[in-house]
Design a protein around this ligand. Structure first.
Ligand SMILES: [Zn+2]
Length: 325
């Protein structure tokens, strides 16, 4: 079986044929197109454990009161079944053709184990967080923030020993000092809503990637400087952040971004959604994400003449997903 049509590549759309048996790609196609084909999406920042708290959040809580170390969310997590939440979140991930997720896992070792029973045809990168006096569970570290976690340096070096990734939230609700972040030298930083142009330049120079979650930021009246990040050619990924704040569907995120960041081209938004964090994944040149031919694909219905307009249209539907892990 084959899918024929315009395929989204790093050089825009190209007419190609994909052999669904072996994922071989050939240029051009004969006869009619099946639709518009894009690589599987990447969701580079989630907290799926609180998905079922959606629509249950008390109104008017500040960021600190909602997701801070002793905030509402952590009390909710203690009283509710996190696995059920992750399953609901994963349904949104799978249903939207998302081939990569990077989830910040709260709850120490047990928090990571929640994923053991989850069947996912994509790649999940779980970033663990030690409970008090516990070792870093797993190999990757998802640090809440330098302010909340005094042992950040120690946790990051544990992750490095295990060849893992280090991610951290920074400058989400107010500007935080840049020096301690550069000292920590994480692989990627999430949010940076209040980072200055100079902060962004230093982050780029240090080879640190960035992940932005504009819908989640909007909930707290924050806005990431995404235009500047694109202008600086930073290595960017999109995330959907807490499942309780927004869906884990990257299509929802990019449609929102198109509306609120209207100076960005649809090509740059879609590139980040499909090829986000490429530099980070390819530091060692061994990532399966380095080679696009090893990616999977989403077949979308064509609802507009222009390919980009069609992908971003609310009328476009997923006709098929070719997973590849
Ligand atoms: Zn987060």
């Amino acid at each position: 079986m084959f899918w024929k049509g315009p395929v989204f590549t790093k050089d825009g759309f190209r007419n190609q044929t994909i052999n669904l048996e072996n994922c071989e790609i050939t240029e051009g196609f004969e006869g009619g197109a099946d639709g518009i084909i894009i690589p599987l999406l990447r969701n580079c920042h989630t907290h799926l454990g609180d998905t079922l708290a959606r629509n249950k959040i008390p109104e008017n809580l500040t960021l600190e009161e909602l997701v801070g170390p002793s905030g509402w969310k952590h009390k909710w997590l203690e009283k509710n079944n996190v696995e059920d939440s992750v399953i609901i979140g994963m349904k949104e991930i799978i249903g939207s053709g998302t081939g990569l997720i990077m989830d910040f896992r709260e709850g120490g070792k047990e928090g990571l184990e929640v994923f053991d029973s989850i069947e996912y045809p994509g790649t999940s990168i779980l970033l663990g967080r030690p409970k008090e006096n516990e070792e870093l569970p797993g190999k990757n570290a998802g640090i809440s923030s330098l302010k909340d976690v005094p042992k950040s340096i120690e946790i990051a070096s544990k992750a490095r020993e295990k060849n893992g990734l280090v991610g951290i939230h920074h400058s989400e609700n107010e500007r935080e000092e840049i020096e301690p972040l550069l000292n920590l030298n994480p692989d990627f930083v999430v949010h940076l809503c209040h980072a200055t142009d100079s902060d962004l330049k230093l982050i780029k120079q240090a080879g640190i990637s960035v992940v932005v979650c504009p819908r989640s930021n909007d909930y707290f009246a924050n806005r990431p400087p995404l235009e500047k990040m694109v202008e600086l050619e930073m290595d960017i990924g999109f995330g959907t952040d807490n499942g309780m704040l927004c869906t884990a569907n990257i299509f929802d995120e990019i449609k929102y971004i198109r509306e609120k960041f209207s100076s960005l081209s649809l090509d740059s938004i879609l590139s980040i959604a499909c090829f986000g964090l490429n530099d980070m994944f390819n530091k060692d040149q061994t990532s399966p994400y380095f080679n696009l031919e090893e990616n999977g694909w989403i077949l979308l219905s064509r609802v507009e003449e222009d390919e980009y307009e069609s992908v971003f249209s609310t009328k476009s539907e997923i006709l098929g997903i070719r997973w590849r892990n």
